[in-house]
Design a protein around this ligand. Structure first.
Ligand code: NAD
Length: 437
């Protein structure tokens, strides 16, 4: 059951509760989301500041997403197993076992149909858990046998980054659609080869940018499109964590492509692009690789980069593999700001919004039913396959990020700003239809 927020819950330190009628109108008139909530707020109760020290700071009640508030469970929308799009999960590492396979159980249009693993015993154990027949277990060598499996429509590549290209090309050859984990590959040339191969095979390629299917991120992107924040000025983001074992593939250049940047810095980069709906025209960056730390013999420990966008927006982003876990972004516009902290995670995301209400600076927390991002992302791919649609995050979206990552490394190497070409065409497909989630 999705979590339902408490309608009358106030932020800590909230302003004195407004009259009941006022609050109700705030919560129920919000059919168009935040904009309407603010309109309802201007005027009476909302202008009342707290009795405390700073009369210019108003804390508003939580804004709840009316769509999720009123959403009924629609079991009829779920396809029966035989009609669902079948996935072969390639690579049974942490992401597959802890997130993707459990998420498939929450999908409406998707099901797991086969497993591809280098460890037969592990694959057998997982297959038993998910009711997969022995015949639907493959190893990496006999991957091509998937061609003869009509239950498999999509190959979901969940392998180290440096293996994404080879498996995408192999999937193209056997005529299967591909959902590929981020980052798409190790460099832009490999991404281009993947896009080309999938086009030639006339199969769909989607990159698994789960945040673009996550409701809070989607609400921020919508607020920006509707100019709720005014002209965008500054995006600030960070994604950091400590990595341990120096022998892991994430610290090997050939398998990972780089260090913090392609793995976790990518979230900041992709968010800067999809939240602003702009493409950067220049980047300047530095990377740090400490001497004597065996973890960073091949890849960078940390990266800082600044993107300049045509509207004047700048994005200042940082990512580190040697810092306490921290994930956040703040998007600052002329008329307001949004802040997600934590951001980018699988759950526990928090979104705050600041704006002017009757000339006073106000903040509120946006509350949306948490939903499984992986299930939404996978179901989106299934809808695209079923209805022959362009995925919202196709190969071109991954390619564009990779072009910028290549430029980030170039800037760090040369100590110069690197110009970025605007893409010839939009890199994202149409917005996913909410009713399909
Ligand atoms: P992992 O190390 O837990 O799993 C990797 C899998 O690949 C293992 O099953 C391993 O046996 C297999 N493998 C095959 N050949 C290998 C080789 N030569 N070296 C190492 N492993 C090999 O990694 P993971 O965390 O599951 O990440 C897999 C992919 O998913 C990566 O591309 C990663 O960036 C991506 N990822 C995405 C998210 C997300 O939120 N979307 C989160 C974590 C990881």
């Amino acid at each position: 059951m999705p979590f339902r927020g408490q309608p009358d819950q106030l932020l800590p330190n909230a302003a004195p509760a407004e009259p009941e009628a006022g609050r109700r109108s705030f919560l129920t008139r919000g059919g168009a989301g935040i904009a309407v909530a603010l309109a309802a707020g201007t005027g009476s109760a909302w202008a009342a500041g707290p009795s405390g020290a700073d009369a210019n700071q108003v804390k508003l009640p939580l804004i709840q997403d009316p769509n999720t508030e009123q959403k009924e469970e629609t079991p009829d929308a779920n396809l029966p197993p035989d009609a669902r799009i079948g996935y072969a999960i390639v690579g049974l590492g942490r992401l597959s076992l802890n997130q993707i396979l459990p998420a498939l159980a929450q999908c409406k249009y998707s099901k797991v149909a086969a497993l591809v693993s280098g460890d037969r015993e592990k694959a057998r154990r997982v297959a038993r858990q998910y009711g997969i027949a022995d015949a639907d277990i493959h190893d990496y060598q006999d991957f091509e046998r998937l061609a003869d499996n009509p239950r498999v429509h999509v190959v979901y590549i969940v392998l180290p980054n440096g293996m994404h290209k080879a498996f995408t090309l192999r999937a193209a050859k056997i005529g299967k659609h591909v959902l590929c984990e981020k980052p798409m590959a190790n460099n832009a040339a490999d991404c281009e080869a993947m896009v080309e191969a999938m086009k030639r095979a006339n199969r769909k390629l989607m990159i698994a940018y789960r945040s673009q299917y996550e409701p809070m991120d989607r609400m921020v992107a919508k607020m920006v499109k509707e100019k709720k924040l005014g002209t965008l000025r500054e995006f600030i983001a960070g994604n950091s964590q400590n990595v341990g074992d120096p022998s892991q593939w994430r610290l090997k250049k050939a398998l990972a492509g780089g260090g913090a940047m392609p793995d976790i810095g990518l979230y900041c980069l992709n968010a800067a692009r999809f939240l602003s709906n702009e493409e950067p025209m220049e980047v300047v960056a530095t990377v740090h690789r400490p001497q004597g730390d065996p973890r960073f013999a091949e890849v960078e420990e940390s990266v800082h980069f600044i993107l300049r966008f045509p509207s004047g927006l700048t994005a200042t982003c940082m990512s580190s593999y040697a810092s306490h876990e921290s994930r956040f972004f703040r998007l600052q516009g002329a008329q307001g700001w949004v802040e997600m902290d934590p951001a980018f995670g699988y759950n526990g995301l928090r979104l705050r919004h600041g704006m002017l209400v009757d000339g006073k600076s106000a903040t509120t927390e946006v509350q949306i039913d948490p939903q499984n991002q992986f299930a939404r992302e996978i179901d989106h791919m299934s809808v695209c396959v079923k209805d022959d649609l362009v995925p919202h995050t196709p190969g071109e979206e991954g390619l564009q990020d990779q072009r910028i990552i290549d430029a980030i490394y170039e800037s760090a190497r040369t100590g110069r700003a690197v110009k970025l070409a605007q893409p010839d065409a939009p890199t994202r497909g149409p917005e996913p239809q909410e009713e399909t989630f």
